[in-house]
Design a protein around this ligand. Structure first.
Ligand code: NAG
Ligand code: NAG
Ligand code: NAG
Ligand code: NAG
Ligand code: NAG
Ligand code: NAG
Length: 561
């Protein structure tokens, strides 16, 4: 339940990220565009209208908790010494101007164009129009061969178990907490394969790429780098993704939009793919910073606030239903469950991380009779058990979700799944990340306490949460439970009847983006300009005017912390 993709390097890689971003600050200006509705083209026939809007040719016929993690970096001879390097960084990252279409979203994420389409296709044409996805037939070295290597996918655990059941992991049986079906001990980095398998169930696949709105590249980028993050030199870390890009850019499908309609999923945090320099000691590979990647949409479980080519989608949780009714039953149960604790926290402190508020949270929790603490550094087995975690969250009204090694945690999704209202301390932990999946109005489903107020000792959490009116808590809880279907990944071996899961919403988001790009090429959009480093703001608010959250994403603060 914890994001454990490294420990001490967290501060270090932030520094690198910030340094690169300072450079980018001056160098790169983006062209953000906003889609506008086009009343003036509606005189075309509906079909022509859709085709022209989409810019496509006419259709012929129509893991488990890892809080007890040993800091991996201390074992690695490579990837150290980051901070000293900051001011001396050379930006090998050869940014070009990056064109991006920003969709002016409605409150609930999925925006205007998609809504238009829904209305139009109901009138009888091909229901997949504007939704087709073409899946690249990649050589097996980029996906299935990587799985054969499952013992090596992650240096400290054998991932072979986690890859069973189409990537869902072993089924959880004989548990009092879960119903008999639909629950798995899913690894939080297993999304590469879950997503790919889920794609096989997508209703609008096409084998004709010129009909496709988006082109999926089934490269297991997360598994690939997982093998090499610790103790391998840069050329090894980069080699597979380099080969993938070489393969992609040589294909005719690439030429149509310069890769603008291509997307891939990397089931890890973006920082594992954003090495800026060519030094072996820097973290990760350079998958997301090479020029072809900048044209693509990269789906990750945590995106960068300062880059425009990555998009965050939910971490996988333990629940993978195969029918709608499994979801409804779980929601019903979560609506009714009685809560014993006002709030709870499951996690470990970050003693090596200056600025981490976790120890303060733990102190506050220990001092409160209404808080339940699960100290994951004290060797509690319960932190490793899906049922232990889910039971705690089910029993709590609020669940504290501070940043860990990076902004986000899988725990936030476990908490929503258990009907527990998440309490965030940094907007980068959810609000600026999962813009396709979570409501823009975050007060509907969560509580925000700025981390500085915790650091300065200004806020007593128990008091703050207690003070929220009962009616509001009830409304939030209701909203949290309503969110569940959108945040889970259905069992890829079957298909939900009516519900849209996290996968469906992610694909919608990608398609909306690529369709928007085509619109832009057809000159049908008005444009606003956004700098790439303002991505978080533009994604969320549509403009880059000053916001109260600027401080959370400013350079000075993080470099000092
Ligand atoms: C793919 O679709 C395009 C546009 O409709 C069509 O011209 C082409 O013949 C199709 N290709 C195949 C192999 O069906
Ligand atoms: C940059 O690094 C080089 C060696 O890597 C060092 O000699 C030089 O002093 C550094 N410059 C700054 C400004 O830190
Ligand atoms: C990287 O490591 C591999 C194997 O360990 C080695 O063959 C290769 O020469 C190294 N490359 C560089 C640039 O050091
Ligand atoms: C990225 O897209 C732009 C604009 O479509 C195109 O000019 C450029 O060649 C593309 N880059 C690559 C590496 O294909
Ligand atoms: C956000 O949601 C809250 C609670 O539902 C509501 O009171 C508030 O007016 C909403 N804010 C906006 C900007 O819609
Ligand atoms: C987005 O749409 C809203 C209303 O639909 C409008 O008020 C706002 O100005 C738009 N934002 C941009 C950046 O166009």
């Amino acid at each position: 339940m914890e994001n454990f993709s490294g420990g001490v390097w967290r501060k270090q890689f932030w520094c690198v990220i910030f340094a690169s971003f300072i450079f980018s600050f001056f160098l790169f200006y983006l062209d953000w565009s906003t889609i506008v509705r086009n009343e003036d083209v509606v005189q075309l026939s509906i079909k022509d209208y859709v085709y022209s809007i989409m810019g496509i040719s006419p259709h012929p016929n129509s893991q488990l908790d890892r809080e007890n993690w040993v800091e991996p970096m201390s074992q690695s001879p490579i990837n150290t010494n980051r901070p000293e390097r900051i001011r001396n960084i050379s930006v090998s990252d050869n940014h070009e101007d990056f064109k991006r279409v920003l969709v002016n979203n409605s409150d609930d994420g999925i925006g205007d164009i998609e809504m238009d389409l829904d209305n139009i296709v109901e009138e009888g044409s091909d229901p997949c129009l504007g939704r087709y996805v073409y899946v690249h037939k990649l050589p097996s070295q980029f996906n299935s061969d990587i799985l054969k290597d499952c013992r090596r996918l992650f240096p400290w655990t054998n991932m072979c178990h986690s890859l069973s059941n189409g990537g869902l992991g072993p089924q959880i049986e004989n548990s009092e907490v879960f119903p008999r079906k639909g629950w798995f001990a899913t690894d939080h980095f297993a999304l590469d394969v879950i997503f790919h398998n889920r794609m096989k169930q997508y209703k609008c696949l096409t084998t004709n790429s010129s009909l496709a709105s988006a082109i999926y590249v089934p490269f297991y980028a997360g598994f690939d780098i997982g093998r090499y993050l610790w103790g391998f030199n840069r050329s090894i870390r980069d080699s597979t993704s380099h080969d993938v890009m070489k393969w992609l850019t040589s294909r005719p499908e690439w030429k149509a939009l310069g890769g603008g309609d291509h997307f891939l999923l990397a089931g890890r945090v973006t920082w594992d793919f954003r090495r800026v320099t060519d030094k072996d000691s820097d973290w990760g590979n350079n998958l997301m910073v090479v020029p072809p990647a900048k044209n693509m949409s990269m789906l990750v479980i945590e995106s960068s606030p300062w880059h425009s080519n990555d998009f965050a989608i939910p971490y996988p949780t333990y629940f993978h239903p195969s029918t709608d009714s499994e979801v409804f039953q779980w929601q019903k149960k979560m609506r009714r469950v009685k809560k014993r604790y006002l709030f709870s926290f499951a996690g470990a402190p970050r003693p090596n991380q200056p600025g981490s508020i976790r120890s303060q949270l733990i102190n506050q929790c220990q001092a409160s009779k209404k808080c339940k603490l699960l100290e994951c550094d004290k060797g509690g087995d319960i932190c490793h058990s899906p049922s232990g975690i889910m039971k705690l969250f089910q029993n709590s009204v609020f669940c504290l979700q501070p940043p860990g090694d990076s902004y986000t945690r899988r725990s936030a999704f476990d908490s929503i799944l258990a009907g527990c209202i998440p309490v965030f301390f940094h907007p980068g932990s959810a609000y600026t990340q999962y813009i396709w999946h979570l409501p823009r109005n975050y007060t509907k489903y969560s509580v925000f306490i700025p981390e500085n107020d915790i650091r300065n000792g200004k806020v007593n959490i128990e008091w703050t949460l207690n003070r929220i009116p009962k009616e509001d808590v009830k409304a939030m809880r209701k909203e949290v439970v309503n969110l569940i279907p959108k945040l889970i990944y259905a069992d890829p071996r079957s298909r939900l009847e009516t519900l849209e899961d996290a996968f469906d919403i992610a694909v919608k988001g990608v398609i909306q983006r690529t369709n928007g790009l085509r619109q832009k090429l057809h000159g049908r959009v008005s444009t606003t300009t956004c700098k790439e480093e303002d991505s978080w703001k533009c994604n969320l608010f549509g403009t880059r005017e000053e916001r109260e959250w600027d401080q959370f994403f400013s350079i000075a603060k993080d470099v000092n912390s």
